[in-house]
Design a protein around this ligand. Structure first.
Ligand code: UDP
Length: 473
């Protein structure tokens, strides 16, 4: 390695659940004396600037730079207008068209940008590329061309990584394509390091590849390429997934360094503006509020389901904060719902989820089981009601409910009913069942907090990764 300070260029995947951990990872690595050039997509840059009212000459890391960290910043265009609906709510084809175009054009755009950074970086040209695993297909050709170390960041559980990595085993055992219908159940007990699971615990793109075919394509493409990575950083904790991580380590150097969701609370990370719930939460008794959120992705919920959730909340009589991002979804609520619940509930378009979960008033989380939401809930010791529907969420549910016993199922894959919503709220928030669940989630909370302590596994794994990275330069 040249005497100069190592320099990494970093590409986050353009969704909230990927951006937050990547920003935090950059701060950790920059604190270890790595120069970072952070490269978000322009539309993410615009959303974050708008959500946080950042001045035109500022960006996410301006404060960190002023504090002495060498984090540079260069947004890149994906070739689409900033306000293009990339999730496809205006038109179902948008999502697929968007990613088809990205597969075709984005590596060339990245190459041009990286070439410019290489030429302009003087005596510290980038020698490392850190990308989200879903961008491995961007990383492979660039790392080969410029001789960079390829670091892949996985923002879901190690179990999901392992299943994707061994997709060929799913095919060999006839679990992909799925055999829906009689006798399809079977058991998946052949993924190295991953405990037995049922087909319905697999990720949605394995169970229902025809639902959004592009999701399967994105995963398969990512995992074809991630095999070329030099290091994998996983946003998970060794104590939670030790068997899976040991097995993964046999095939790729993998470092569980999570949770990387909590770094510096004041930093601008959110793609949407927060509604402040602090005062409202402060007025509520301990553990009395149910927090409800189905994540950051813009898929519009089904009207009937929303109505059942609303009536379930009315029946249960708990306090609640419900994140409903889209006005169209809000119109699905029964008429007079918000007036009817009065001060008992808040419906907000977006909030500081971490802040809400941290509040002593919060006593349960009705979640879609996005991995960041699961980590954040565990971190704050909040038990979950699990209502997964897409991508890794069914597999995350299995970990939360069946393996760690810190949550309950809602409707177990069937249609949601108001009676079950009310019943599960009671299980998680009232009586002996709530106390039992609280004591289980408290054990997991301690594991997460310990992992980041000076002697903790994640802390040590990050140090180990850093040493191995320096040796490989
Ligand atoms: N989130 C938030 N405010 C909200 C709803 C969600 O800040 O009102 C954040 C949440 O804290 C989490 C992320 O959005 O970090 C969602 O990521 P997750 O992996 O849970 O779900 P995804 O959006 O990827 O399905």
């Amino acid at each position: 390695m040249a005497n100069s300070k190592p320099h990494a260029i970093v590409f986050p995947y353009p969704y909230q659940g990927h951006i937050t951990p990547m920003i935090n990872l950059c701060l950790s690595l920059a604190s270890k004396n790595l120069t970072i050039t952070f490269i978000p997509l322009e539309f993410n840059h615009h959303s974050i600037s708008k959500a946080h009212d950042l001045p035109a000459d500022a960006h996410i890391f301006t404060g960190a730079r002023n504090a002495g960290l060498d984090i540079r910043y260069a947004a890149i265009s994906d070739g689409f207008p900033v306000d293009f609906d990339r999730d496809g709510n205006d038109d179902d084809r948008n999502y697929s068209d968007y990613w088809m175009t990205m597969f075709r054009d984005f590596p060339g755009r990245v190459d041009a940008l990286v070439a410019g950074i290489v030429t302009s970086s003087g005596d510290s040209p980038p020698s490392v590329m850190i990308t989200d695993t879903f961008f491995s297909w961007v990383a492979t050709p660039i790392c080969e061309k410029y001789g960079m170390i390829n670091v892949s960041v996985w923002t879901q559980p190690a179990a999901v990584f392992a299943i994707n990595y061994h997709f060929d085993l799913l095919r060999e055992n006839a679990h992909f394509p799925p055999q829906h219908g009689e006798g399809e159940e079977g058991i998946i007990n052949y993924i190295p390091g991953v405990g037995s699971m049922r087909p319905r615990d697999l990720m949605s793109y394995v169970q229902y590849p025809d639902m959004i075919p592009m999701l399967t394509e994105i995963e398969v493409k990512a995992f074809d390429h991630v095999k070329q990575a030099d290091f994998i950083l996983c946003n998970t904790v060794e104590e939670l997934e030790s068997d899976t991580l040991s097995a993964l380590n046999q095939i790729l150097p993998s470092f569980p360094i999570g949770p990387i969701n909590f770094y510096d609370g004041s930093l601008a990370r959110s793609l949407r503006p927060h509604t402040d719930c602090t005062e409202w939460l402060n007025s509520k008794p301990p553990a009395s509020v149910l927090y409800i959120s189905f994540g950051s992705i813009n898929f519009i919920a089904d009207k009937e389901e929303l109505v059942e959730f609303a009536y379930g909340l009315l029946v249960s009589r708990v306090y609640f904060i419900w994140v409903i991002k889209d006005d169209q979804e809000k119109h699905f609520l029964p008429s007079g719902f918000e007036d009817g619940v009065g001060s008992r509930g808040l419906v907000v378009p977006w909030c500081d989820q971490d802040g809400v979960l941290a509040s002593p008033a919060t006593g349960g989380f009705l979640t879609h089981c996005g991995w960041n939401s699961v980590l954040e809930s565990m971190w704050h010791g909040v038990a979950m009601i699990c209502y997964p529907f897409l991508v890794d969420q069914p597999t995350n549910r299995k970990l939360v409910v069946d393996d760690w016993r810190i949550g309950v199922n809602l409707c177990d894959g069937g249609r949601v009913t108001r009676e079950e919503v009310a019943e599960k709220i009671d299980v998680v928030m009232k009586g002996d069942s709530a106390l039992r669940m609280k004591s289980e989630v408290e054990k997991v909370r301690k594991k997460l907090h310990n992992s980041l302590g000076e002697e903790g596994s994640s802390h040590k794994n990050l140090d180990l990764f850093w040493e191995r990275l320096k040796l490989s330069l």
